[in-house]
Design a protein around this ligand. Structure first.
Ligand code: ADP
Ligand code: ZN
Ligand code: ZN
Length: 728
């Protein structure tokens, strides 16, 4: 005799599914897969998701613990999403339970039924109206109040909750009894704004995407900044909604500004389900559930929104597809752009990856014929491309990092009543505090890193851990007064500019001056207000923002990027230069970009400025091929950290022994990470490389359980990073 057994993905760091007997007393529903269950796990209880139902001999099953209870009345995770998560668990060699957990909003990770849908409207039915009159219902006071309320017009659950207690349960009961019904949640309205007529290149791109509707196709929308990529997305999304389908739109964390959201709202004329890290848990769960039900015609979100279930999928868009924020950097290290393509294929819908500075991976996919390239080569409207100007810093007198040419240009910009951006990707006053007498400099005791001078708060702070200490007045080593801040950060630039242009508005944007999203929004709105201004900022201001009065961009220092140790350093620098430059002159005023460097003849800068990003990217792809670096090869990195060097060594020795020699996969290391010590932990990595993904995947699959079982692994923090962004 056999009995049914539940295979449950439990959110624990073990690469397997756990078997349970079904909760006592209840039959296993036919659609059990995808429902959540409460299960015992050791001395604790977890919320798991059923991923398989199998039949086991009764004697074997008797040895299993029973699950405690079902949490859902229907599957929470549907077919395609669950399949994609299964695939991703294998591809990224990460436990399925944790992968599934990452896909669920926090509220749904808890041992409670899904919240009642908000945003949905309820109305009394004919049966409900009769019931309100019937003597049998006279004692059910709360129900009568609900029916009376819904007799006056459709209400949301939130509105109902204002009138009756425990509204969620009551609404469920009334629905089950047929006394109330759900009325169409979102009636599409006419868009408030009609976009500009598309130019021929935009129209061609929209037509190509439309022609692919109904099946899988991947497009790389490669369009210079301000060329109207967003107009292409908006038109394609609108067409998708009109076909009755849902669009999933991913944007980088930093790109989800109120401006951007307003533009989508006004132009699409439908409610937009937002999913980003700033949302309250409840709101996030509501947006997720609305997407799963098919109630949300457009889902707009950051990285993890790629894991949103869609009932009626029609289109996936990934804006700024090159952006590093799409890669999750801890836990399950997935890449949202790559998963977007995987999902589009599984869902049978087109996916559009857009960027002015496409990743080399995506360009390689175009070259290999996997993606179709759609090009927008001109700026939309009358906007001219910005003039790029290299400022040779050699033998020049600098004023807190600024050349005289840059200062003169800033003064002229202010005089014309326009705005300028001074870009420096270092916050704080100065990246180093140096003793001029003995050579001492401030170092973090826990990291291989220097301490940043924060002058306003009188602190030396580490930007890699939480260490901070009072800014010393005398050198801690020799006692001299000769301490000097070396280099410039945004705080120093702001101070200098405020002194030099006392009448001008100087607005600094970095994580010190602008801590929260709402603070950012408030200060950002202040830029838009009329009037000349100088913005000083880090990458917080580097992309996505439309600032029509901005006509000058000064890149204070591009040299650090030119000599980065990471193989993606040149790509990142080129993208940063082009993206920041793209902020200048977006409307009908021409823009100027000044790049300050001590290496004006560096080949990267020369190619980029003379021939543009595409030429740079082609040269860089060739360089990666010659150096056998991604995307020419594929990498997996096993990272580990520990306080004790011997412990770390033993761990990697064990890993190397386990993996052994393989002909098809190259193994390098363990190598120290670029920052070999952080927050007191020593950090090393083992690099696995192969010409294609399959041998890496085979190797991971073969050794995954053993990697988790290694005794030496218990004393280190370790992680597998498939397709790593950095190999430092
Ligand atoms: P991107 O997303 O490529 O940076 P946007 O779609 O934001 O570009 O367009 C940049 C600016 O040009 C916006 O102000 C937009 O309204 C405008 N624009 C886009 N397409 C057109 C067009 N076909 N005609 C006129 N203006 C356009
Ligand atoms: Zn000293
Ligand atoms: Zn530190």
């Amino acid at each position: 005799m056999t009995v049914q057994v539940l295979g449950v993905a439990v959110p624990v760091p073990l690469p397997r599914v756990f078997d349970y007997r079904p909760p006592p007393g209840l039959a296993v529903p036919a659609d059990a897969v995808g429902r959540r269950v409460r299960v015992p796990f050791g001395p604790r209880e977890h919320v798991g998701v059923v991923v398989a139902v199998t039949a086991l001999p009764a004697a074997t099953a008797a040895g299993l613990r029973p699950a405690h209870a079902w949490l859902d009345e229907s599957p929470l995770l549907g077919g395609e999403l669950l399949d994609t998560l299964r695939w991703a668990s294998a591809y990224y060699a990460h436990p399925l339970g944790e992968v599934i957990q990452a896909a669920l909003p926090v509220v749904l990770r808890r041992a409670q039924p899904p919240p009642v849908a908000r945003g949905r409207h309820y109305l009394v039915t004919a049966a409900g109206e009769r019931a309100a009159e019937a003597p049998a219902y006279r004692r059910r006071k709360r129900l009568l109040r609900l029916l009376a309320l819904l007799a006056t017009g459709p209400r949301t659950a939130a509105e109902i909750a204002e009138h009756v207690t425990r509204a969620g349960r009551l609404v469920d009961e009334a629905l089950a009894e047929g006394l109330i019904e759900i009325v169409s949640a979102h009636l599409p309205t006419a868009p408030a704004l009609i976009g500009p007529p598309l130019d021929p290149q935009q129209a061609e791109a929209v037509a190509a995407i439309a022609a692919a509707a109904g099946g899988y196709a991947a497009f790389l929308l490669d369009g210079v900044t301000g060329s109207g990529k967003t107009e292409v997305y908006l038109t394609a999304i609108r067409a998708c909604i009109e076909r009755g389908r849902q669009a999933l739109v991913l944007v980088p964390e930093i790109g989800l500004t109120p401006q951007a959201l307003r533009r989508y709202r006004e132009r699409l004329g439908v409610p937009i389900a937002m999913l980003h890290s700033g949302l309250a848990d409840g709101a996030r769960a509501q947006a997720w559930l609305a997407a799963a039900r098919g109630d949300a015609p457009v889902v707009l979100g950051t990285r993890s929104a790629v894991l949103t279930p869609l009932a009626r999928p029609g289109l996936i868009v990934v804006d700024e597809e090159h952006d590093a924020s799409y890669k999750q950097q801890d836990g399950w290290r997935y890449h949202a752009r790559d998963l977007a393509v995987v999902r589009a294929r599984a869902l049978g819908v087109p996916v559009v990856l857009g960027s002015a500075t496409p990743s080399l991976e995506s360009l390689a996919n175009v070259a290999a014929g996997r993606y179709r390239s759609l090009q927008l080569t001109r700026r939309a409207g009358r906007a001219e491309p910005p003039r790029m100007q290299v400022v040779d810093l050699r033998r020049q007198r600098l004023h807190d990092g600024l050349s005289e040419a840059a200062i003169a240009a800033l003064a002229q910009t202010l005089e014309r009543g326009e705005q300028a951006l001074v870009f420096r990707n270092r916050r704080g006053y100065a990246p180093t505090l140096l003793c001029h007498d003995c050579g001492w400099y401030g170092e973090c005791p826990r990291c291989d890193a220097r301490l940043t001078v924060h002058r306003a708060s009188r602190l030396l702070r580490c930007h890699h851990c939480s260490y901070e200490t009072a800014l010393p007045k005398q050198c801690p080593a020799c006692g001299s007064d000769g301490l000097m801040p070396l280099g410039v950060g945004t705080e120093r630039l702001e101070e200098h500019l405020a002194a030099r242009f006392p009448d001008a508005r100087i607005l600094r944007f970095d994580r010190d001056s602008t801590r929260t999203r709402s603070e950012f929004e408030e200060r950002y709105a202040a830029i838009e207000a009329d009037g000349p201004a100088i913005l000083v900022g880090t990458q917080m201001l580097a992309k996505g923002h439309d600032l029509p009065r901005l006509t000058l961009v000064v890149l204070v220092d591009v040299d650090a990027g030119l000599f980065s140790t990471d193989f993606r350093g040149p790509e990142r620098l080129a993208q940063m230069v082009v993206q920041v430059a793209g902020r200048a002159g977006r409307a009908d005023r021409p823009g100027t970009v000044m790049l300050q460097t001590h290496h004006p003849d560096h080949p990267l800068l020369r190619t980029l400025l003379a021939d543009g990003y595409a030429a740079f990217a082609a040269a860089e792809l060739e360089a990666r091929r010659l150096a056998q670096l991604p995307p020419a090869v594929h990498l997996v990195v096993i990272r580990a950290e520990a306080r004790d060097a011997a412990v770390l060594e033993r761990y990697f020795a064990a890993v190397r022994e386990l993996i052994g020699e393989t002909a098809e996969v190259g193994v390098r290391g363990p190598l120290p990470a670029a920052m070999a010590r952080r927050d007191g932990y020593l950090r090393r990595q083992l690099v696995l490389e192969a010409g294609s993904r399959a041998p890496l995947q085979r190797l991971l699959a073969r050794h995954l359980e053993a990697l988790h079982a290694l005794p030496a692994a218990r004393r280190v923090r370790w992680a597998i990073d498939v397709d790593p962004l950095e190999v430092d």
